[in-house]
Write a protein that binds this ligand. Structure first.
Ligand SMILES: Nc1ncnc2c1ncn2[C@@H]1O[C@H](COP(=O)(O)OP(=O)(O)OP(=O)(O)O)[C@@H](O)[C@H]1O
Length: 293
């Protein structure tokens, strides 16, 4: 039986070893990678503190997959410094690999195995794996433990992929477009799975802005192989600046309540035609990548 694509060997270094090496889970400086004439990654810097959920956003061809594959140790870089859990992924050994969980876009072929069988099988690769019950509980598949994998729905299958990605208790989890093809209910169920993974640093690539907003502590927007913006979803690209408009004017402010209070006082009552708007994360994102194109 083949080893599934999700849930590659993970496990745990003794924490002090890692802590002593770096205070960032991921540290990248000046990363470059070209494929013949195509510059995929063009001097990228990235810092992800331990325990953070980071979303990597960017248009098709921005260089996200190339960057993530370099971080995973699956692709060589042309230049730059890369440290993942204190180790250069180009030289990461088995102990390092056991710290990393990877959930790829393509799902594995599990043949006739049941959910419990495949989770137990993958767990054997890791010295400090989670128990079967805990893993299935985390991904909401306890009731499917004896179902054959091929009979799961697409959303259940994806949750199993995540289960296989976390069964080894990775310190760092890569989630590559994890909810593509999910229905809205399954997406929200999946989000609660991710939120339940406390203490795990997560690098999430997604094209769904609402997913980034729901899950990420910070987002990094890349375009043409470079970082074009970075910040909390609520404040990225001046998203925390609201526009207060009313019949006789408009004002941009980070404190709309104060502006409304001032206007109310000056009009001596309701402000005519008052509205307060903030850009959505999608508005800001489209501006950012539009400017980078
Ligand atoms: N194996 C490869 N050989 C040649 N060019 C490649 C290869 N992989 C990626 N590229 C090119 O490198 C650039 C960055 O691609 P990459 O897959 O990293 O982008 P991405 O941000 O992940 O895109 P998407 O959102 O479409 O998955 C693109 O121009 C792509 O065509």
């Amino acid at each position: 039986m083949g080893v599934p694509t999700a849930g590659r060997p993970a496990g745990r270094f003794a924490r002090p070893t890692i802590k002593g090496m770096t205070d960032q889970a991921v540290r990248v400086r000046g990363l470059r990678k070209s494929y013949r004439d195509t510059i995929a990654v063009d001097g990228l810097d990235l810092d992800i503190p331990h325990g953070e959920v980071r979303a990597l956003l960017g248009p098709n061809g921005a260089g996200k997959t190339t960057t993530v594959e370099i971080l995973e140790g699956h692709r060589e870089r042309d230049a730059g410094e890369v440290s993942v859990l204190g180790v250069d992924p180009g030289r990461g050994g088995l102990a390092w690999r056991r710290e990393i969980g990877i959930v790829l876009q393509a799902t594995a072929d599990a043949g006739e195995l049941t959910v419990a069988e495949i989770v137990r099988h993958v767990a054997r690769y890791f010295p400090r794996s989670r128990g079967l019950d805990e893993t299935l509980e985390l991904v909401g598949l306890s009731e499917k433990r004896d179902s054959r994998v091929r009979k799961l729905s697409g959303g259940q299958r994806r949750r199993l992929d995540v289960g296989l990605g976390i069964v080894g208790r990775p310190r760092l989890l890569f989630l590559d477009e994890p909810t593509t093809g999910f229905d809205p209910v399954a997406r929200r169920q999946f989000w609660s799975v991710v939120r339940g993974l406390e203490d795990t640093t997560i690098l999430l690539t997604t094209h769904y802005l609402d997913e980034a907003e729901a899950l990420a502590d910070h987002v990094t927007v890349i375009a043409a192989g470079r970082v074009v913006a970075e910040g909390a979803p609520a404040s990225l690209g001046e998203r925390d600046v609201a526009t207060v408009s009313w019949r006789d004017g408009a004002e941009r402010t980070t404190d709309p309540a104060a502006v409304v209070a001032r206007l109310t006082a000056s009009y001596g009552g309701p402000v005519p035609g008052l509205s307060v708007t903030r850009p959505s994360l999608e508005d800001v994102y489209l501006d950012l990548i539009g400017g980078a194109r």
